[in-house]
Design a protein around this ligand. Structure first.
Ligand SMILES: Cc1cc2nc3c(=O)[nH]c(=O)nc-3n(C[C@H](O)[C@H](O)[C@H](O)COP(=O)(O)O)c2cc1C
Length: 180
């Protein structure tokens, strides 16, 4: 099974989540081919080649980073061709999380879901029984809050990275069950 994790990261937090998701996948399913790429470096053919596609973005002004949206728009031709239909998708995000509701993370994750659903893909959320859910799970996908309590840039918690690993394991095992 081929996996593509496409993310955008300016300061490393979203990249750290992507790497934790990849580690969880590799630990859960032997022989996986997992590719991690910054969104700007993803050729649309890589989306077509993958069985499981995971998109991750920082929250920027309550929405996804423009680099992620640019990848989505660059993949429009694949939508015309129905090339991603039946593939499995998962989503994650990081944000400063200022304010109790997380600074726009839910609408960001839902926008990523909407894109996958538009392609006719099967989208996997994050079941609440998985390790790390309490700190880094939303039913839409994995989430890491990178801001500190003073509203300043901080770092992801160990719990958020646990969530990312367990979400990765869940995505890989479930996609394998669905696709093979
Ligand atoms: C231009 C810009 C806008 C941002 N807007 C938000 C926001 O609306 N909500 C939020 O929770 N965090 C916001 N943040 C914080 C980032 O989402 C957060 O620091 C994230 O973890 C950065 O990811 P990265 O380290 O992968 O670049 C913003 C950061 C930048 C640079």
């Amino acid at each position: 099974m081929q996996v593509l994790i496409a993310y955008h990261s300016d300061y490393g937090n979203t990249k750290q989540m992507a790497e934790a998701i990849a580690a969880g996948m590799r630990a859960a399913v032997a022989g996986l081919d997992v590719q991690l790429l910054q969104a700007a470096d993803v050729p649309p053919e890589s989306l077509q080649a993958a069985d499981l596609i995971v998109f991750g973005t920082p929250v920027h002004m309550g929405s996804m980073a423009w680099q992620m949206k640019q990848l989505i728009d660059r993949a429009g031709k694949l939508w015309m061709e129905g090339a991603l239909e039946g593939k499995v998708g998962g989503v994650f995000a990081t944000g400063g999380g200022f304010g109790g509701a997380g600074g726009g993370v839910e609408q960001t994750l839902i926008a990523l879901h909407a894109n996958f659903l538009e392609h006719g893909m099967v989208v996997l959320g994050f079941p609440k029984s998985l390790p790390g859910y309490a700190e880094g799970g939303l039913h839409w996908g994995a989430y890491g809050r990178s801001g500190n309590p003073d509203g300043m840039p901080g770092s992801l918690s160990a719990g958020a990275l646990t969530a990312a690993r367990s979400y990765g394991a869940y995505l890989a095992t479930t996609a394998e069950r669905l696709l093979t």
